[in-house]
Design a protein around this ligand. Structure first.
Ligand code: FES
Length: 272
């Protein structure tokens, strides 16, 4: 058998013979992620209007949950507005203490990596389109080797989902002069939906799938684990959709609570 070396021409950046709109997807990803990052950073630094108690409601923005420190009357975990070790010269917002967890989950997510590598540094920008660099180092060296922490980030992210689920359920209970009573406001639906969507995204994680049963050779004699694996696999099949919908909804949840807390809108009560 004879072997022949075939040398493919190196394309210039952006050069391609493709005629479809290959640039559209990376452009949309770039625009949406950039908008989200700008909004989330702005919201996290506000340190106000993250909790609405109007009309006896109990709506906490997911960007601030769990609320470790906060004002009196808010669902804070510790009885202080600011941690004692926080430097006096630095501005403080409760979101700063917790947002690292969800950010790391998204940043190191296998799906998002593929999306933002294309959209933010064109590596590669699309199939069969020239790249801006000739070498390829993959994720085997610093800094991208750090992406491997994703398998550990999954656990705190799962804990966040449970906390947000508690917030979502708590949002169905309102304070009245007679005591706490069940009700449904639009905010209740918004916050519970947020927890469900984030759960769909988090528990469809590739790492979750591996931990649930992916590392086993056979699930045949493990009926419960087999069902859990099928459930996680089903979420995993649509991981990209869960990723985007949950991203939109978590931002919308913060916007909704923020508008309520600042008195711009009032919360329609569906059942009360
Ligand atoms: S792979 Fe996307 S969250 Fe784990």
């Amino acid at each position: 058998m004879t072997n022949a070396d075939i040398h493919l021409p190196q394309r210039r950046f952006g050069e391609t013979s493709r005629r479809d709109r290959w640039w559209l997807q990376p452009l949309v990803v770039f625009t949406v992620l950039t908008s989200f990052i700008i909004y989330a950073t702005w919201a996290a630094f506000q340190g106000v209007n993250y909790f609405s108690h109007a009309g006896g409601a109990h709506y906490l923005s997911p960007f601030y949950s769990p609320l470790l420190f906060g004002q009196e009357g808010e669902p804070r975990w510790f009885a202080a507005e600011v941690p004692s070790w926080w430097p006096g010269w630095a501005p403080f917002s409760p979101a700063m203490l917790i947002l690292g967890g969800p950010v790391m989950m998204r940043l190191t997510c296998y799906y998002y990596r593929g999306a933002y590598y294309k959209a933010f540094w064109a590596d590669p920008i699309a199939c069969s389109v020239g790249e801006p660099r000739k070498g390829y180092r993959g994720e085997n060296s610093f800094p991208l080797i750090m992406q491997n922490i994703h398998r550990y980030v999954f656990y705190p992210a799962a804990a966040f989902v449970l906390i947000l689920l508690f917030d979502g359920v708590r949002a169905f209970f309102f304070e009245t002069p007679e005591g706490t009573r069940f009700g449904v406001g639009l905010g209740s639906v918004v916050l519970l939906t947020n927890a469900v969507l984030l759960g769909g995204y988090t528990f469809g994680c590739h790492c979750a799938r591996h931990q649930i049963g992916g590392y086993l050779n056979s699930l045949a004699k493990r009926p419960i684990r087999s069902k859990c694996y099928a459930c996680v696999s089903s979420l995993n099949n649509r991981h990209m959709r869960w990723a985007w919908v949950s991203l939109f909804w978590v931002a919308w949840s913060d916007i909704y609570v923020r508008l309520l807390a600042s008195g711009v809108i009032s919360d329609p009560r569906i059942i009360f």
